[in-house]
Ligand binder design. Structure first.
Ligand SMILES: Nc1ncnc2c1ncn2[C@@H]1O[C@H](COP(=O)(O)OP(=O)(O)OP(=O)(O)O)[C@@H](O)[C@H]1O
Ligand SMILES: [K+]
Ligand SMILES: [Mg+2]
Length: 677
C-alpha cells in the first residue's frame, strides 16, 4: 500500500528518553490532563502514605501487601506515561532533524536595482530575492521570474530535484531547499517564524497538539465511568460494614483502579499521536488530528483533473488551423497571445512556435495590454496598440467572445476541437477580434495506476468526483480513462465549492485534493483538504494537509490511516471496558469470600487467596498497558470493507477477547504469585 519506505519505528535514544519522560510526566500538574491516570496517581500516593505511616487511614492491610500495591500502582502510571512519551518520541526526533536544516541562510535581497546580502531572518513578506545555482532558498515564496530545478530533499526526503517556475501552479518554493540549476527571482510570502519549516517543526513536535472532538467525547465517557466507579467503591465500604465485612482501604483503591478504564485511559493519547505520526511517515503533513480523523470518515472525494489525475504538464503539441487559415497564422497569433503568459501552457506555446520554426514577430505585442489568464474567463491574450484584440482560451469561451463581436464560427472548429478532446487533450481556440484562426492542442496524460486506486476507494464506500475547468469531452475522456465515478466539466472555482457544499448538505464528509490557487477556496471548504507541496502558497494555506511528495492519489492512504486510527481507538476502548468487567469477577469474590461464603460462587477463576486475587488483577491491569503499546502505535490491521462489517468484527474480536484475555492472564499471574508467596 505504501509508496514511501517505512522508516524505523523506534530507536535506542527514543526509548531511553521515553523512559526518562515517564518519570517527568508523574508531575501531578501534567498528569491532571489525563483524569483516569490522575485518579490512579492519587491512589498510589495514598497507599504510599500507608506504607510510610501505617494506621493513618484506619483499616489497612498488611504492610507487605501495601508495598506490593504501591509498586504495582506506580508502574501502572509509569506505563501509561511511557506509552505517551514513546508516541511523542518519533516526532521530537524528526523535529530535531528539521531544526538542523533551519540554519541561517544568507539572502540576495533586491533593493531597488541593487542586490544586498542580508540574513534570511531579516526577510519579510513581500521582499524580492534572487537565488542562484547552488544557493539555498532563504524563505518561503513564489517564483516571479525564471525557472530552476530545486532540491527539496531537506523537507520531502525525496532526492530528485523538482522544477519551479514563475506563473501557474508550480511557482511556490520553500525556505531551506536548494537551487541546483539556473536562477530564480522569488517574492517572499512568509514572515520570520511563520514559515512552512516552522509550521512543520511545531507539527511533528506536537507542540500545539489539541484533543480532537472524538477524543474529547471519549475522554468525557472515561471520566464519567471513573466518577461512577469512584462512587461505587466509596459507598461499598459502609455497605460492607453493614454486612460485617471490614474492607481495607488499599483493597478498595486496588478495586477502583481495576474497575476504571485505565487501559484506554493510558493509551488514548498515544493512539492519537501515533496516528498523526503514521500520516507524517507517508510524507503528509496534517495540520490537526481532527483532519486525520475526518479522513477516516470520508464519503466523497473531489479531485481536480490537471495535475491530480493527469501529470499536469500540459504542453502545446500542435497548431491546428480552421477554415481557410494556415498553421503559420495560428502559430503567430498563439505566440502573440502568449508572449507575456507565464503559465506553463503559455510558455509551452512559445516553445512550440520556436520548435516548429514559425516566424514570430515579438514587436507586434509591444506596448499592448496583457490579458492574464483567469479561471473565470478561461482566456488569456493581448490587446494590441492598433486596437486588435488577440485571445486564446477554452473553445466555448473564445466562441462566445467572438460571437459577441459579430463574428462567425468556422464549421470545422467543433469537429477539430472534439477530435483533440476525444484524445484526452485540451483544445485552446486562437482568435483575433471576430475571427477564429484555429486551435492549440495541449497534451496531458493520466498518471499510471489511477484506475486501481479508484477501485480501492469504491471498495471503501467512497465516491469520487473529478472537477475540471476543461471542456466536457476532454473531461469525459479522462474520467473514463481514470475510472472516477462522476465528473463535472467547465467548473469554475465556485462550482467546486458548490459541489462540496451540496455533498456536505447531504450529511457527507468531503475530501478534496488540489494544487492551484483556484482550488484554495474549495480546499478550505472541504472537511479534508489535501494540498500538493508543489502547488501554490494559497492552496497550501487553505488546506488542512499538505502532501510533501505531491502525489494526490495519496489521499487514499490518508483515508486508510484515518480509518485505522478511529478503529484502533474503538477497538482498544472495547477491549479496555471488557477487561474491567473480567477484573470485577476476580476482585469482588476475593473481597467478600470470608464474610459471605456464598459469594464464592462468583469466584469463577478459582484464584488462590483473596490477596493474591487482588494483586493478580492489579498486575494484569498494569502490564496490559505496555503489552498493548505496539498495537496502539501500529494501529489495528485494516482491510477495505464496509463499516458495518468492520464494527461487527471488532466487537467480536476485541469485546470477547477483552473478557477472555484477563481471565487467562489473571489466572496465570495468580498461579505464579501463589508459588512465589
Ligand atoms: N494560459 C491559458 N490561457 C488561456 N486559456 C487557458 C490557459 N490555461 C488554461 N486555459 C483554459 O482554461 C480552462 C480552465 O483552466 P483551469 O486551470 O481553471 O482548469 P483546468 O486546469 O483545466 O482543470 P483543473 O481544474 O482540473 O486543474 C482550461 O481547460 C483551458 O481550456
Ligand atoms: K482498569
Ligand atoms: Mg488547473
Amino acid at each position: 500500500m505504501s509508496t514511501v519506505p517505512r522508516k524505523k519505528l523506534l530507536t535506542g535514544p527514543i526509548i531511553r528518553s521515553a523512559v526518562k519522560d515517564s518519570f517527568v510526566k508523574l508531575n501531578p500538574l501534567t498528569l491532571m490532563k489525563n483524569p483516569v491516570m490522575f485518579v490512579v496517581e492519587i491512589g498510589t500516593f495514598m497507599v504510599l502514605l500507608m506504607v510510610l505511616a501505617p494506621g493513618l487511614f484506619g483499616a489497612e492491610a498488611s504492610r507487605g501487601f501495601n508495598v506490593a500495591v504501591f509498586i504495582i500502582l506506580l508502574f501502572t502510571v509509569l506505563f501509561a506515561n511511557f506509552a505517551e512519551a514513546l508516541a511523542e518520541g518519533r516526532g521530537k526526533a524528526q523535529a530535531d532533524t528539521l531544526k538542523r536544516t533551519k540554519q541561517d541562510i544568507s539572502a540576495n535581497k533586491l533593493v531597488g536595482d541593487a542586490i544586498k546580502t542580508v540574513a534570511s531572518a531579516e526577510l519579510r513578506k513581500g521582499d524580492i530575492v534572487i537565488v542562484r545555482q547552488g544557493e539555498m532558498i532563504p524563505g518561503d515564496g513564489e517564483v516571479i521570474e525564471g525557472l530552476a530545478s530545486v532540491d527539496e530533499s531537506a523537507i520531502t526526503g525525496e532526492s530528485a530535484p523538482v522544477i519551479k517556475e514563475a506563473g501557474g501552479d508550480f511557482n511556490s518554493v520553500t525556505g531551506g531547499t536548494r537551487v541546483v540549476s539556473d536562477q530564480i527571482k522569488v517574492r517572499i510570502t512568509s514572515d520570520p517564524g511563520e514559515s512552512f519549516l516552522d509550521r512543520m517543526i511545531s507539527l511533528v513536535e506536537g507542540a500545539k497538539r489539541q484533543k480532537t472532538p472524538n477524543e474529547i467525547a471519549l475522554s468525557t465517557l472515561l471520566i464519567s465511568l471513573t466518577i461512577i466507579f469512584l462512587i461505587v467503591v466509596v459507598t461499598l465500604r459502609p455497605i460492607a460494614a453493614y454486612l460485617q465485612v471490614d474492607l481495607e482501604i488499599p483493597v478498595l483503591i486496588a478495586l477502583l483502579v481495576c474497575l476504571i478504564p485505565t487501559t484506554i485511559g493510558g493509551l488514548l493519547s498515544a493512539i492519537g499521536i501515533a496516528g498523526m505520526d503514521r500520516v507524517t511517515r507517508f510524507n503528509v503533513l496534517a495540520m490537526s488530528g481532527k483532519a486525520v480523523e475526518a479522513a477516516g470518515d470520508i464519503n466523497t472525494m473531489i479531485l481536480d483533473k490537471t495535475g491530480t489525475i493527469t501529470f499536469g504538464n500540459r504542453m502545446a503539441s500542435e497548431f491546428v488551423p480552421v477554415g481557410k487559415e494556415t498553421e503559420a497564422d495560428v502559430a503567430r497569433w498563439a505566440a502573440v497571445s502568449s508572449g507575456l503568459d507565464e503559465t506553463p501552457e503559455g510558455r509551452s506555446v512559445i516553445e512550440l512556435v520556436k520548435k516548429l520554426g514559425h516566424p514570430y514577430d515579438s514587436t507586434l505585442a509591444e506596448g499592448g495590454d496583457f490579458i492574464e489568464f483567469r479561471a473565470e474567463t478561461r482566456m488569456s491574450g493581448m490587446d494590441l496598440t492598433d486596437g486588435r484584440m488577440v485571445r486564446k482560451g477554452a473553445v466555448d469561451s473564445v466562441k462566445r467572445w467572438v460571437l459577441s463581436q459579430g463574428g462567425i464560427i468556422p464549421a470545422d472548429l467543433d469537429p477539430k476541437s472534439n477530435g483533440i478532446a476525444g484524445k484526452g487533450g485540451t483544445p485552446l481556440a486562437v482568435a483575433v477580434n471576430d475571427r477564429i484562426y484555429g486551435l492549440i492542442y495541449l497534451k496531458d496524460t493520466v498518471k499510471p495506476g489511477m484506475k486501481e486506486r479508484f477501485d480501492e476507494l469504491r471498495r471503501m464506500g467512497i465516491k469520487t468526483i473529478m472537477c475540471t475547468g476543461d471542456n466536457p469531452l476532454t473531461a469525459a475522456t479522462i474520467a473514463a480513462e481514470a475510472g472516477v465515478d462522476e465528473f463535472i466539466a467547465e467548473s469554475t472555482p465556485e462550482d467546486k465549492i458548490e459541489v462540496i457544499r451540496r455533498e456536505q448538505k447531504e450529511g457527507k464528509l468531503v475530501a478534496m485534493t488540489g494544487d492551484g490557487t483556484n482550488d484554495a477556496p474549495a480546499l478550505a471548504q472541504a472537511d479534508v483538504g489535501l494540498a500538493m507541496n508543489s502547488g501554490t502558497t494559497a492552496a497550501k494555506e487553505a488546506a488542512n494537509m499538505v502532501d510533501l511528495d505531491s502525489d494526490p492519489s495519496k489521499i487514499i492512504e490518508v483515508v486508510a490511516i484515518g480509518k485505522q486510527l478511529l478503529m484502533t481507538r474503538g477497538a482498544l476502548t472495547t477491549f479496555s471496558i471488557a477487561n474491567d468487567i473480567a477484573k470485577y469477577f476476580a476482585i469482588i469474590p476475593a473481597m467478600f469470600t470470608l464474610a459471605i461464603p456464598e459469594i464464592n460462587a462468583l469466584n469463577v477463576m478459582g484464584l488462590g487467596s483473596p490477596s493474591s486475587a487482588i494483586l493478580s488483577a492489579l498486575v494484569f491491569n498494569a502490564i496490559i498497558i505496555p503489552l498493548l503499546i505496539p498495537l496502539a502505535m501500529r494501529g489495528v490491521s485494516y482491510k477495505p470493507m464496509s463499516s458495518v462489517k468492520l464494527l461487527r468484527r471488532n466487537i467480536f474480536v476485541y469485546g470477547l477477547g477483552g473478557i477472555l484475555v484477563p481471565f487467562i492472564g489473571i489466572k496465570l499471574i495468580d498461579l505464579f504469585v501463589n508459588i512465589w508467596m
